[in-house]
Design a protein around this ligand. Structure first.
Ligand SMILES: Cc1ncc(COP(=O)(O)O)c(C=O)c1O
Length: 287
């Protein structure tokens, strides 16, 4: 078992993997990415992640022929070679290598980068107590539905949250509309119903979120999309976030105001258990 990288056709140790200094991913953040999980060497929700990668790639007009050069066999090979029981796969596609110029280069070959690492486990303490969020102004671009590698606002917001003792930051617009966290989507539960922010270009349409929408309907929890503000969150029965890195994680306070009794609630636990069964095929009671 070994942490592994893949760059343009070559597998090798991560420490030895390199890209050109002229790669547009490095020069401009000109690329898109996906993060997905695999269990027992089998990738989870691969189809959904690849669909979103295709959309992101098309949105920024990177020309890559996914039908002729599919990424799925490379991912499978990487999983086989790395050999972890639970793997976090990172896939990045940049516009490629060219002398630095804002203009799209002609005849450029996109760079494909992947890494295969053991899946990080969220501390149990955090899962039990739920996340404490701070709000922050959403200074990101207007096309957050594109999973672009250009993540500086997210990186700064997350680190500001950590610096101030919170677990994550929640992006809120100048008009007070709640969007999402730095790497997860937000759900609120009130009176037996779930609400999520509208799935417009202003947020990433999470793969985990998509699965939870189906699970929720299946267990009789209707979900609606609708704009809401921070006071609405604070008046909710439960709040949770979803994402590949957190699965389903309860949120127990926003800007130090507790949500309900300040504990992870039953809807969150139920959806977490359902998601764990789907992804890992096992029950994780009390999550
Ligand atoms: C800004 C943002 N929102 C939501 C998500 C959750 O998406 P997914 O469930 O596809 O991991 C992510 C994941 O990285 C993200 O970066």
């Amino acid at each position: 078992m070994a942490e592994l990288a893949y760059v343009n056709g070559v597998f090798g140790p991560i420490a030895e993997a390199t890209v050109s200094v002229e790669d547009r991913g490095l020069q401009f953040g000109d690329g898109v990415y996906e993060v997905l999980m695999a269990f027992g060497g089998r990738s989870f929700l691969l189809k959904q992640h690849m669909q979103r990668l295709r959309k992101s790639t098309a949105a920024i007009r990177i020309e890559y022929d996914f039908d002729k050069n599919p990424l799925e066999p490379i991912i499978e090979e990487g999983l086989r070679r790395s050999g972890f029981s639970e793997t976090m796969v990172y896939v990045q596609l940049t516009r490629g290598v060219a002398p630095r110029s804002h203009e799209f280069p002609k005849d450029v070959t996109p760079t494909i980068i992947m890494t295969f690492r053991p899946l990080p486990i969220l501390p149990d303490e955090l899962r039990q107590r739920g996340a404490r969020l701070m709000t922050t102004l959403d200074t990101r671009w207007a096309r957050c539905s594109v999973k672009a590698i250009t993540l500086l606002p997210n990186v700064l917001a997350k680190n500001e949250a950590f610096r101030r003792g919170y677990d994550d930051a929640l992006f809120v617009t100048a008009e007070g509309e709640v969007r999402e966290c730095t790497s997860s989507n937000l759900f609120i539960a009130k009176d037996g119903k779930l609400t999520i922010p509208p799935r417009t270009d202003s947020i990433l349409h999470g793969v985990t979120q998509g699965v939870l929408l189906e699970c929720s309907e299946a267990i009789g929890l209707p979900v609606t999309e609708g704009a809401f503000d921070v006071p609405t969150i604070c008046a909710a029965d439960e709040v949770f976030v979803s994402g590949t890195a957190v699965d389903v994680l309860g949120v127990t306070s926003v800007d130090d105001k507790p949500i309900a009794d300040g504990r992870v609630g039953p809807v969150t636990r139920r959806l977490y258990d359902k998601f764990m069964k789907l992804s890992r095929g096992r029950t994780c009671v009390g999550g």
